[in-house]
Design a binder for this molecule. Structure first.
Ligand code: BEZ
Length: 222
């Protein structure tokens, strides 16, 4: 059965967290939120990821994007683990975002965050390194799905969020090309005629000269 994917509404679960009870839709509110899972507390890659995310928290906050971690242990364990995470980060960054507790593994199943290959000591499946960016409409806009053995690159999470926000700001009429970074040109989405593009982008656009001469690759400053 396919799990939660782009366009699906994220389930409105209510879970305990290091910041008290959280109902996911209320937490997302009118902005964007990133929900990211970790196989377990006190595991090496997870500690480095949590500390890295704490270091990026201000960048996400500037963009109005909330962070929400989830790991399959209880709140007490998360609180103890937080001390390690902050110490690993050299005490430079407090963990300001909540970590959801999912000791029963029900939330990770509903959020499509299960790694079938990773099991705890009792043989129960652990979460993968899944990450969903959820929009103000509570729908999944973008997902990462990494195995437990691959730590995520937070620069890439931020870059992907910047791309999503750029596309949303222009009503989906622009997209960002390979390896795009903020400040670089975006491309005009297919389906936007040159005439429409000239009205929408008075700054103009440049069309790549490609063998097919279809003029479909158009770059514009955004
Ligand atoms: C880790 O966080 O380091 C980890 C967790 C489960 C499997 C492998 C690595």
């Amino acid at each position: 059965m396919p799990g939660l994917t782009i366009g699906d509404t994220v389930p409105n679960l209510e879970l305990d967290s290091t910041h008290g009870k959280i109902r996911i839709h209320d937490y997302v509110g009118d902005g964007y939120a990133i929900i990211f899972s970790h196989p377990a507390d006190f595991t090496p890659v997870c500690t480095t990821e949590m500390a890295a995310m704490a270091g990026y928290a201000k960048e996400f906050e500037k963009r109005g994007v909330k962070l929400l971690g989830i790991s399959c242990d209880d709140v007490e364990s998360h609180r103890e683990w937080t001390k390690d995470i902050e110490a690993y980060g050299g005490g430079k960054h407090k963990l300001t975002y909540p970590i959801l507790a999912d000791p029963g593994r029900d939330a990770i199943r509903q959020l499509n965050m299960v790694d079938p290959d990773e099991k705890d000591a009792k043989g129960v499946s652990l979460p993968s390194r899944a990450l969903h960016v959820v929009g103000p409409d509570k729908a999944v806009k973008l997902s990462f799905l990494y195995p437990a053995t691959t730590g995520r690159n937070m620069d890439e999470v931020l870059r992907a969020v910047d791309s999503l926000l750029t596309a949303a700001k222009h009503g989906g009429k622009v997209a960002t090309p390979a390896n795009w970074k903020p400040g670089e040109c975006a491309v005009i989405a297919p389906g936007v005629s040159d005439e429409e593009a000239r009205k929408m982008f008075p700054q103009g656009f440049e069309t790549a000269d490609l063998p097919c001469k279809k003029g479909y690759l158009r770059f514009t400053k955004v």
